[in-house]
Each structure stands twice: as structure tokens, then as C-alpha cells.
Write a protein that binds this ligand. Structure first.
Ligand SMILES: Nc1ncnc2c1ncn2[C@@H]1O[C@H](COP(=O)(O)OP(=O)(O)OP(=O)(O)O)[C@@H](O)[C@H]1O
Ligand SMILES: [Mg+2]
Length: 239
């Protein structure tokens, strides 16, 4: 069953039209990957879900409830966490301070418990708990950003380009963590990715977005080995 879904969604920014008739379904406790060329509307899809874009028509449902055009804070409160494409940690604060700030609305006892749990989940952060976030590597910073989102115990994580600008070894590590988020924490993940191959390798379901419309919907593996689409849009030679 889908936990999150858009029905015939047309959206953009003000009068600007970006998405056209997008029917996007996210299954509970699965990894859904969204790939496509620059400017295709991938970020706009996440923005639309999160209440950060203009919905021209169509609807968005989360756990059977209509969330179309609700303000972002309400959507976040319902259990959807969004990690935007650009930086999201406070460089001047330590790893631990960043986590605590992300949970600032929680009672102190819970902040302490969750911080501890998250540091267990990301051993690399535990090691650097007193370091300023600005001194972390790109991969470590991504882990911290995920950790910060986890402080509020979301059900769904919307991840926008977690692996852009990371060395291949770090991309692998980030992807392994994403799998662990699904398998160990039971999270539902929506992952927008430029490094399409790696994302599709760990994904369950995939969508290919081109010029604001869905060009492919199906199993990740199927898109990865698609004779035309993989080559045309993902720079992957079809198998
Ligand atoms: N805030 C905005 N106001 C107006 N137009 C925007 C805004 N954000 C994005 N757009 C436009 O919407 C279109 C889709 O952009 P979007 O950011 O969703 O693409 P994307 O698939 O995420 O691309 P990328 O891979 O480069 O991140 C682009 O033409 C972009 O210029
Ligand atoms: Mg984008």
C-alpha cells in the first residue's frame, strides 16, 4: 500500500509550470528513487509534497489524508522529514550540538536518548561528536544531516541528492546507510539522485522524470537495465 501519493499533480512556482500530471506512489518501508536530467522537476516534486511549491491542480495524500498545500511545518509534524539539496548542518556547532538543536522541541530526556541512539547508528559521528560540523567531510556531513532529521522520528525521509559531489567510496557508504535506515529503522525513503546508478542499485521502485512528466515507473532494476532510457537519460549503457 502506498503511504504517500500524488494524484494528477500539476505544480510549479507561482505561474511557472514545472510538473504535469504526476502520479507518484511511495510504498511503506521501501526505497523509492527519483532520477532524471537537470531541471526535470525532481526537487519540485519534493517541494510540492512538503508544501513548498505552488499546486496548480491535483492532490497529495499521506497515510490516506489529503495534505495538498498544507504548510510545511504541519507536514513535518505528521512525520515527513525533508533534507534539501543544499547544505543543512550548522558548521560552527559541534556534531552533538547540531543533533540537540534538531530536537529542540523535545523534552531534554528524549533529546539525550535520541542523540545517543543516533550516534550508535552512525559510528562515524560518534567518533567526531565534539568536532565542529564544518570540519566534517562531505559524506560525514550528509550522515549528520540525516541524523538531525531522525531526531524527530519521522516515518518518511525525503532525500534530495545526498551523493552529489561525493567521492564514489563515500557514495557507497551513504547508500549503505540508506539501506540500513529502511531495514533497521523501518523508514520509508524517497531519494532524488544524480548518481543514478548507485541509487537504482539499492532502490526498490524507481521513477524517471523528464521535463516535468513521468517517463518511467517500475522496479529500480528494470530502469537500470532499460535498453533505451538508461542510456538516454542516465548515462548508463543498457544491459
Ligand atoms: N523557486 C523557483 N522559482 C521558479 N522556478 C523554479 C524554482 N525552482 C526551480 N524552478 C524551475 O523549475 C524547473 C525544475 O527545477 P527542479 O529544481 O525541480 O529540477 P531538478 O530536477 O531538481 O534539477 P537538478 O537535477 O538540477 O536539481 C527548472 O526549470 C527550474 O528553473
Ligand atoms: Mg534538484
Amino acid at each position: 500500500m502506498s503511504i504517500l501519493e500524488t494524484r494528477s499533480l500539476y505544480s510549479g512556482y507561482g505561474k511557472i509550470k514545472v510538473l504535469f500530471d504526476v502520479n507518484f506512489k511511495v510504498e511503506d518501508r521501501k526505497i523509492t528513487v527519483v532520477v532524471g536530467p537537470n531541471g526535470a522537476g525532481k526537487t519540485t516534486l519534493l517541494n510540492s509534497i512538503m508544501g513548498l511549491a505552488t499546486i496548480h491542480s491535483g492532490d497529495i495524500f499521506y497515510e490516506g489524508r489529503k495534505i495538498t498545500s498544507l504548510p510545511p511545518y504541519k507536514i513535518a509534524k505528521m512525520g515527513i522529514a525533508y533534507l534539501p539539496q543544499m547544505g543543512n548542518v550548522l558548521s560552527e556547532l559541534t556534531v552533538e550540538e547540531n543533533l540537540r538543536i534538531a530536537g529542540y522541541l523535545l523534552p531534554m530526556k528524549e533529546i539525550k536518548e535520541r542523540t545517543k541512539e543516533i550516534l550508535e547508528f552512525f559510528p562515524v559521528l560518534k567518533e567526531f561528536v565534539d568536532r565542529k560540523a564544518g570540519t566534517l567531510s562531505g559524506g560525514e556531513r550528509r550522515m549528520l544531516a540525516i541524523g538531525m532529521a531522525l531526531m524527530r522520528r519521522p516515518k518518511i525521509l525525503l532525500l534530495d541528492e545526498m551523493s552529489t559531489d561525493l567521492a564514489p567510496i563515500l557514495v557507497k557508504k551513504v547508500m549503505e546507510k540508506v539501506v540500513q535506515l529502511r531495514d533497521e529503522l523501518g523508514l520509508t525513503i524517497v531519494m532524488v539522485e544524480q548518481v543514478a546508478k548507485k541509487a537504482l542499485e539499492i532502490g526498490d521502485k524507481a521513477y524517471l522524470l523528464v521535463s516535468g512528466t513521468i517517463r518511467f515507473e517500475g522496479n529500480s532494476g528494470e530502469l537500470l537495465s532499460h535498453p533505451e532510457l538508461a542510456k538516454l537519460y542516465l548515462g548508463i549503457a543498457g544491459r
